[in-house]
Design a protein around this ligand. Structure first.
Ligand code: GTP
Ligand code: MG
Length: 296
């Protein structure tokens, strides 16, 4: 009989949660970028082996909400930390562990669930600087264990996974053996396009970007996927920036996205992107719903 269960990965924006999720399940299901608030929805990453099925719930980073999309993201975090067997709190250790991180420990500690802390990005952290910060975590009885990990260098990720097994409380499989996520291919394609925009453009613009898939069709004659998507932006003034001089910016975003989508689908891809303005959509529940950010 397998041990099975759910583990929520939570933490501040940019803490390295999605990178850790991908490292834990050895597959890229969640997009990653240096910009805070990259993840908007809860994404399941599923790991199944001979004796376990661990379902990790990657969540949006904890930040103050500024609009309806922010409210939606916070609701996602709340819903992730109920009905799980354990909480995996990601703390970016490379700048030290201070009040804002310790507030997270206190906040999630109140949930009364086993809590494991993953101190992330240790490949870029100087150990002698980290040690006094780690000592602060000893004061919290709500922390069951602490692991210093690096998703990039795959350091201690397996140890962390082994340790998490003991918190699983289920015995029934929740997903098929070969499932790696609950998200559809369409969702993953949209996210890849958003990731390339996050990587290509400055701070403000990507936060106001949503992706709408108009078409995703297999063309048998040409043996390729044909994908057509709208890149929704929230301000007219962002349009020339995202298009770039002679359309070069959107073209290079399209090329990067196409290459990643080809890897995902393991087939040739033809991708067309259209930039559309929907003013202030992050406060418009109708547009948000259209883009897949369901609000209730
Ligand atoms: N050096 C190093 N950088 C990392 C590591 N893990 C994540 N990062 C970087 O940290 C940044 C944020 O990573 P994400 O995984 O997107 O962080 P997140 O917590 O999911 O962020 P949000 O979804 O915005 O809350 C990216 O630039 C990653 O490449 C790591 O192990 N080492
Ligand atoms: Mg993330």
């Amino acid at each position: 009989m397998k041990k099975t269960g759910f583990i929520a990965i939570v933490g501040l924006a940019n803490a390295g949660k999605s990178s850790l999720l991908n490292a834990l399940i050895k597959q890229k299901v969640a997009i990653v970028s240096p910009k805070p608030q990259t993840t908007r929805d809860n994404i399941l990453g599923i790991w199944t082996d001979d004796d376990t099925q661990m379902v990790f719930v990657d969540t949006p980073g904890f930040l103050k909400s500024k609009n309806a999309l922010g409210d939606y993201m916070l609701k996602n975090i709340d819903s992730a930390v109920t009905d799980v067997d354990a909480i995996l709190l990601a703390i970016d250790g490379h700048d030290g562990i201070d009040d804002k991180e310790l507030q997270q420990v206190e906040m999630y500690g109140k949930k009364g669930l086993p809590m494991v802390v993953a101190v992330t990005k240790t490949d870029i952290t100087q150990p002698e600087k980290l040690i006094p910060h780690l000592a602060k975590l000893n004061n919290y009885a709500c922390i069951s264990e602490v692991f210093c990990v690096s998703a990039h260098k795959n350091k201690c990720v397996q140890d962390l996974k082994d340790a998490l097994k003991k918190y699983l409380t289920g015995t029934e499989m929740f997903f098929e053996e070969d499932d790696v996520t609950d998200k559809s291919q369409r969702y993953l394609v949209q996210e890849i396009i958003r990731e390339k925009i996050l990587l290509a453009l400055d701070e403000e613009i990507p936060h106001g970007v949503g992706i709408e898939l108009n078409k995703m069709q297999w063309n048998e004659a040409d043996a390729r996927w044909e994908i057509d998507a709208n890149v929704i932006i929230e301000k007219q003034s962002h349009k020339p920036i995202i298009l770039g001089k002679r359309g070069e910016m959107i073209k290079s975003i399209g090329t990067a996205a196409r290459q990643s989508i080809q890897k995902l689908l393991e087939q040739r891809v033809y991708l067309e992107l259209w930039v559309k303005v929907k003013e202030d959509w992050r406060n418009n529940k109708y547009v948000m719903t259209e883009l897949g950010y369901f609000t209730k």
